[in-house]
Ligand binder design. Structure first.
Ligand SMILES: [Zn+2]
Length: 178
């Protein structure tokens, strides 16, 4: 996966976007705007769209954080990481060498879902701090955004633990068998 749009570097790792990502970003923003519109029509168009776009952007930041967590473990274990690219189905960290021991493979894989679940929990914690009570629909854009980011990140963490290659869960499972 080669990045066509370069965003810059974090800790020496090139962060980039593949064109296919733009379609998904648009779909996520459209679907969020639809959801916000259905739940809180009184917000008005500008607020609904602004909230949808900011939420979509933060969702992609959380995917970059997930990939950075893989990259951080890889680097700490002496495996060079060249880049992180976001594409239609998520993110991918380009690690230049394969893990040479199961322990490295295990931690490198499992840290991603852990990062997603932590990000999701922090978002839900903040949502409740700002007044969200289950099962009510969030009434302010901030709480709606935090709640959506919380649910999606926890879902992402759980989904990634499905033991199928090339999901993180598949690599965790492979490391355990290894
Ligand atoms: Zn991952």
């Amino acid at each position: 996966m080669k990045a066509q749009i370069r965003l810059g570097r974090i800790f020496g790792i090139q962060i980039g976007l593949h064109y296919s990502w733009l379609i998904i970003a648009l779909l996520v923003a459209l679907s969020l705007a639809g959801q916000f519109h259905a739940a809180n029509p009184q917000w008005g168009e500008v607020t609904i769209w602004a909230t949808a776009i900011v939420t979509a952007a933060l969702f992609f930041v959380s995917i970059i954080l997930h990939e950075l967590s893989h990259a951080a473990v890889a680097k700490a274990r002496g495996l060079p990481v060249r880049s992180i690219t976001l594409f239609a189905l998520g993110g991918v960290a380009q690690i230049e060498k394969d893990a040479t021991d199961p322990k490295t493979e295990f931690w490198m894989a499992i840290v991603g879902p852990i990062a997603s679940v932590i990000i999701g929990s922090v978002c839900l914690g903040l949502a409740s701090l700002f007044g969200w009570r289950t099962p009510t629909t969030p009434e302010t854009p901030l709480v709606a955004m935090l709640m959506w980011l919380g649910v999606i990140n926890i879902a992402l963490g759980v989904f990634n633990m499905i033991p199928g290659y090339p999901l993180d869960g598949g690599r965790v499972f492979r490391a355990i068998v290894w």
